[in-house]
Design a protein around this ligand. Structure first.
Ligand SMILES: [Zn+2]
Length: 177
């Protein structure tokens, strides 16, 4: 795993060669619709994953836009799950994001009735949003064991999620652990 500093240095180098003086942040914000003003939702206008999550490839890796916004705003990647307080999964307004635990996320999903097919089976350990997040983070090189610990499930469960054995209908980047 790279440190945040190494990753930033790498991103800057990669972006300079392809994008002149534009930083990854410049490129990122160019695809965010901020026309509604400070309090409005700022929808991501680029590519989206299932369930509306914005995704962008930087230096060859797929990143979830709401996690990048958090990183830009706080100078470091989030340690836990990032929730949209506005329930608009493509929103990039940092004021609408909150860091939460897996329990918060499950509670949100139950309250807002955003359950997808997998969650309706009644015994699902993860939410659809978490599956999308896990696949993107795993494809960015995060380790299965670390993800398993963070999301409170077994290593085998993460492996099945990432390979597409579980939650096939969600799509997103998949890989073999
Ligand atoms: Zn919003």
């Amino acid at each position: 795993m790279w440190t945040a500093e190494e990753r930033r240095a790498h991103l800057c180098k990669a972006s300079r060669s392809r994008w002149g003086d534009r930083t990854p942040a410049d490129r990122f914000w160019a695809k965010v619709d901020r026309s509604g003003g400070d309090d409005a939702c700022w929808p991501w206008t680029g590519a989206r994953l299932p369930h509306g999550y914005g995704a962008v490839r930087i230096a060859g890796v797929t990143r979830l836009t709401h996690r990048l916004v958090w990183e830009f705003a706080h100078g470091a990647p989030p340690a836990g799950v990032i929730r949209h307080r506005c329930d608009n999964t493509s929103c990039c307004n940092p004021a609408h994001l909150a860091e939460g635990s897996q329990a918060d996320n499950l509670k949100d999903c139950r309250e807002k009735d955003r359950h997808a097919r997998g969650e309706r089976q009644g015994h699902a350990k993860l939410t659809a949003a978490q599956v999308v997040e896990i696949r993107a983070r795993r494809s960015n090189g995060e380790r299965c064991v670390a993800l398993a610990r963070e999301f409170g499930v077994g290593h085998g469960h993460i492996s099945k999620v990432c390979s597409g054995f579980n939650w096939k209908h969600l799509g997103g980047p998949s890989c073999l652990c």
